[in-house]
Design a protein around this ligand. Structure first.
Ligand SMILES: CNc1ncnc2c1ncn2[C@@H]1O[C@H](COP(=O)(O)O)[C@@H](O)[C@H]1O
Ligand SMILES: [Zn+2]
Length: 377
């Protein structure tokens, strides 16, 4: 279980002005650093939304660039022990979007996020983000995607030790037409970036809109060779939508919290996922802090892991939920009693769930062999 590392940061009762601020800062920056094994574990991150992944440090820079917005850190992150409804989480993204609305901002946050994942031992990252147009700053959706790609290239040429690919996100709130436009943009970039853009994400507030309206866009994306990573059954009572989307079928599922019968899903949904061997991207802290799962021990990781189904531990929004991938692996281990061997296997098996081409998968597998600690060989 997570513990709050607050006791070593300030003396009891010492809450005078500056001390309190320093204390709050330290809690934000240092809360729950993972143990060495998990930090050194080579990792694959497959479910990370760019604007949800902005760290405290990057947020500082953004806030100081735009002081007139009067945005405070408490509005952009959900700290240890705090919970929000999913609806409140989506309010947080609105605030962050106000802070990230120029090419310069996107370049900075994308480079920071990539560098932070690399520093956390992530060797392969599939980053996802929703192309946004901002009338005030002249930002277009095309420039948005180009800027993320520029950040990926710059990190590579600066020698950051991580392979990054991009998934273009469709926000389900924006409906049929926007989804189709986004798919066309993603297709173009898939072709012009030599596979750096390799898929499409479906995300956004799951309580808004219906997957049925997005089917033609998703089908087109699939036909053109884009891989599909779809948020599915993140909230209860979406059996019909999930069934419809599973018929595509998607290449990976985000969350899938309410798919199985024990939580109101159905055996036939589970059967479809299993039959098509569709990996699940599971984000423990995100689901607990967003209150779709009551506590860590009741997380659906347990259900799917016991089935032997491919499960990939991911962060979702490491900035908003104040976590990192090492912590998520450690949390899975401590909650479900997984040994270092089991965790190693979990991180290794994630390679087969990536959308990377076969030669890159082989390279990653070789890397894992080279990095394997003595005791686990
Ligand atoms: C918590 N669970 C979640 N469920 C569904 N969608 C989510 C999400 N977390 C993030 N997003 C999606 O990612 C966007 C922010 O990153 P980008 O601006 O695209 O980089 C959010 O606006 C939402 O559409
Ligand atoms: Zn997500």
């Amino acid at each position: 279980m997570q513990t709050e590392n607050t006791s070593r940061l300030s003396a009891p009762g010492d809450h005078s002005g500056l001390q309190t601020l320093v204390h709050a800062f330290c809690v934000l920056v240092m809360e729950n650093e993972a143990d060495k094994f998990y930090r050194e574990l080579p990792k694959v991150e497959l479910h990370a939304h760019l604007n949800g992944s902005v760290s405290f440090q990057s947020m500082e820079k953004l806030i100081s660039r735009k002081p007139h917005l009067n945005i405070e850190h408490s509005m952009t992150a959900i700290r240890s022990g705090q919970r929000r409804t999913l609806d409140e989480c989506f309010q947080v993204f609105k605030v962050i979007h106000q802070l990230v609305d120029t090419e310069e901002d996107i370049l900075m946050v994308a480079k920071d996020v990539i560098t932070e994942f690399a520093a956390d031992g992530v060797k392969y990252l599939e980053l996802r983000s929703t192309p946004r147009e901002e009338k005030n700053t002249g930002l277009t959706k095309r420039r948005y995607v180009e800027t993320v790609i520029k950040a990926i290239h710059e990190c590579k040429s600066e020698g950051v030790d991580i392979d990054v690919r991009f998934l273009v996100a469709v926000d389900r709130r924006n409906g049929t037409e926007v989804a189709m436009e986004t798919v066309k943009l993603a297709e173009e970039f898939m072709l012009s970036t030599d596979g750096l853009v390799l898929g499409l994400d479906l995300s956004g507030d799951p309580t808004v809109g219906h997957g049925r309206d997005l089917l033609p866009a998703l089908q087109r994306a699939k036909n053109s060779g884009l891989k599909l990573a779809l948020h599915l059954s993140e909230v209860p009572s979406q059996l019909e939508e999930s069934d419809l989307l599973l018929n595509l079928p998607p290449d990976r599922i985000g969350h899938g919290t309410f798919l199985h019968p024990e939580v109101g899903g159905s055996q036939s949904l589970v059967d479809k996922v299993v039959k098509n061997n569709i990996p699940l991207e599971l984000c423990l802290t995100s689901n607990v802090k967003g209150q779709t799962v009551p506590c860590y021990s009741q997380h659906h990781f347990q259900y799917w892991y016991q089935l032997g189904h491919p499960c990939v531990i991911c962060t979702d929004d490491k900035g908003v939920f104040c976590t990192d991938l090492s912590q998520e692996y450690q949390l899975a281990a401590s909650t479900f009693g997984l040994s270092h061997e089991a965790i190693w296997k979990l991180s290794q098996q994630a390679i087969d769930c990536t959308f990377a081409p076969e030669n890159l998968k082989q390279e990653l597998k070789q890397r894992w062999i080279e990095l394997q600690p003595q005791g686990l060989q």
